[in-house]
Design a protein around this ligand. Structure first.
Ligand code: S3P
Length: 447
C-alpha cells in the first residue's frame, strides 16, 4: 500500500515503543531448550517475533496468553516430524538462531523464509555448525535449508564476521547439545543471548578482556597497556549449562526508538521515550546523537531481567557530522538508514564505512538508502562498503521506495517530516516487520 506522508509543523512528546525485537526472539527460541516455562512480558506484536513464536510452536512449545504476558511452555521432548518446514518469514534472526538449536539436537527439519530471507547468506552459520558436527543441505548457502542435528563436539570459535546472530547460533547449538563452547569476539556485538542465558539459567560465563600493563620494550622504565588476548570478549558455556525458566520483561526497542529520536535531532525539538532498553551494545545511536550536537538525558535507570532500561530524552541542536567506521558501524548496524537521513540535515559530509553487511540485510540497504536520498535531492556517493552523505540543504518531497524493508520505510517516513511538500512511500505496511504501530506513534509526535 502506498502511504501519503506530509511535513510536520512541530515535533515533540513522550512515547513508548514496542518491546525489543532481539530480546523477544531469544525468549521465544530459548523456550525450546528450557526445562520449565518462560513467561514473557511485553512480547512485541510484530511479524518477525511472530516468526520466532511460530518456530517455537513447530518444535512443540505451547504458547498461552495470560493477562499481560505470554507463557512459553517447553515440550517434554523434541521430536518434530522430519517433514516439518519452519517458515521464518522475513526474519534472519529466527532462521539463524533456530538453525543453531536444530543443529545441536538430534532432530531433522527444513528452514525456509520469504524471498528476501532466501537471498540472505547462511554460510556464516553453516560453517561453524558443520564444524561442530551438524549436517546442512541447501543450495549456494541459502534457504531453504535442511538441517540434520547431531550430538555436537566441543568448540572454540573466533567470529570471522561481527554478527550477534552467528554468535547466538553457535551458543544455542552448544546449549542444545550440552557441549562446551567458547565464542570469541574481536568486535563486540549485541549480547542479549548471553544475558538471557545467565538470567534464565546457569553455567554461562562472559569474559571481558581489558588491556593490562606490560613492560614497554622500547623503554624498560615504562609500562604500556596491551590486550592480553586478540579479542575483546569470550562467552563460554559448559556441558553443565542449563536453561531452567523464569520471567523476561522486555524493554522498548532502541532500534525503533532511534527513528523518533532522529526526528527530535533534525527538528531541534524534544522527544522522550519511556521504558527503553539501555543495553550498552545497543545505545551507540545515543552516543552518535551527542557527538553530532544533540542533548541526551537518561533517567530512571534500572535493570530488569538482566537488561538495563530507563527513560531517554533527546533534544536536537545544530547538527554536525561524524565519520562512522569499524566497531562503531557494527554497534550502529540497524541504525545506519536513519543515520543517513539525519546526515542529510546535518552540516558537512557524513562518511559511513565498513558497512558492507548492509548489502545483505532485509534489502541491500546501501543501495536502498542511496536511491531514496537521490529521490529527495540529497548529494551522496555510494561506496562498496558505505556511503557519504552531503547535508545541510532544503530538500523536496519525494515518492520513496521501501524495497519491502521496514527500516528503509521508517527512515524515509521520518525524512518526509522535514521535506518541502508531500511525499509517499510504497509498501508502507512493511513496518509491521518490526513496529506495526510505527505510523500511530508518528502521529503522536507530529503536529
Ligand atoms: C540481530 C543482530 C544483527 C541485527 C539484526 C538483529 C540480532 O544482525 O542487524 O537486526 O537480534 O541478533 P547481525 O548479528 O547479523 O549483524
Amino acid at each position: 500500500m502506498n502511504r501519503e506522508l506530509s511535513p510536520a509543523r512541530r515535533i515533540g512528546g513522550t512515547i513508548v515503543v514496542p518491546g525489543d525485537k532481539s530480546i523477544a526472539h531469544r525468549a521465544a527460541l530459548l523456550s525450546i531448550l528450557a526445562s520449565s516455562p518462560i513467561e514473557v512480558i511485553n512480547f512485541p506484536d510484530n511479524a518477525d517475533c511472530l516468526s520466532s513464536l511460530k518456530a517455537a510452536e513447530s518444535l512443540g512449545v505451547k504458547v498461552a496468553k495470560e493477562s499481560n504476558k505470554l507463557v512459553f511452555t517447553p515440550p517434554d521432548s523434541l521430536s518434530p516430524d522430519p517433514e516439518t518446514t519452519v517458515d521464518c518469514g522475513n526474519s534472519g534472526t529466527t532462521a539463524r538462531l533456530l538453525s543453531g538449536i536444530v543443529a545441536g539436537t538430534e532432530i531433522e527439519l527444513t528452514i525456509t523464509g520469504d524471498e528476501s530471507l532466501q537471498s540472505r547468506p547462511m554460510k556464516r552459520i553453516i560453517d561453524p555448525l558443520t564444524e561442530m558436527g551438524a549436517e546442512f543441505f541447501c543450495e549456494d548457502g541459502r534457504l531453504p535449508m535442511r538441517i540434520r542435528g547431531h550430538k555436537l563436539l566441543p568448540f572454540e570459535y573466533r567470529l570471522p564476521v561481527a554478527s550477534a546472530q552467528v554468535k547466538s547460533a553457535v551458543l544455542l547449538a552448544g546449549l542444545a547439545s550440552n557441549c562446551t563452547v567458547a565464542v570469541q569476539e574481536e568486535i563486540v556485538t549485541r549480547n542479549h543471548t548471553e544475558l538471557m542465558m545467565q538470567h534464565l539459567g546457569k553455567g554461562v560465563e562472559i569474559r571481558k578482556i581489558t588491556p593490562v600493563p606490560v613492560q614497554d620494550p622500547l623503554d624498560p622504565r615504562k609500562k604500556k597497556m596491551q590486550m592480553p588476548e586478540p579479542f575483546k570478549r569470550e562467552t563460554h558455556l559448559t556441558s553443565q549449562t542449563r536453561i531452567t525458566g523464569g520471567t523476561i520483561d522486555i524493554p522498548g526497542d532502541m532500534s525503533t526508538a532511534a527513528f523518533f529520536f532522529a526526528a527530535a535531532a533534525i527538528s531541534g525539538e524534544t522527544i522522550t521515550v519511556e521504558n527503553i532498553g539501555l543495553n550498552p551494545t545497543r545505545t551507540a545511536f545515543l552516543d552518535y546523537l551527542k557527538l553530532i550536537g544533540c542533548k541526551v538525558v537518561i533517567e530512571n535507570k534500572v535493570t530488569i531481567s538482566g537488561e538495563p532500561r530507563g527513560t531517554v530524552t533527546v533534544t536536537g541542536g545544530k547538527l554536525s557530522h561524524r565519520k562512522i567506521s569499524g566497531s562503531m558501524t557494527v554497534a550502529l548496524i540497524d541504525e545506519i538508514p536513519i543515520i543517513a537521513v539525519v546526515a542529510a540535515f546535518a552540516s558537512g559530509t557524513t562518511v559511513i564505512r565498513d558497512a558492507a553487511e548492509l548489502r545483505v540485510k532485509e534489502s541491500d540497504r546501501l543501495a536502498a538508502v542511496a536511491e531514496n536520498l537521490s529521490r529527495m535531492g540529497v548529494k551522496h556517493g555510494i561506496l562498496e562498503d558505505g556511503i557519504a552523505v552531503e547535508g545541510g540543504h532544503e530538500f523536496t518531497g519525494a515518492d520513496f521506495v521501501s524495497y519491502g524493508d521496514h527500516r528503509i520505510a521508517m527512515a524515509f517516513s521520518i525524512a518526509s517530516l522535514f521535506l518541502v511538500g508531500h511525499s509517499t512511500i510504497d509498501d508502507a505496511e512493511c513496518v509491521n516487520i518490526s513496529c506495526p504501530t510505527f505510523y500511530d506513534i508518528l502521529d503522536q509526535i507530529k503536529q
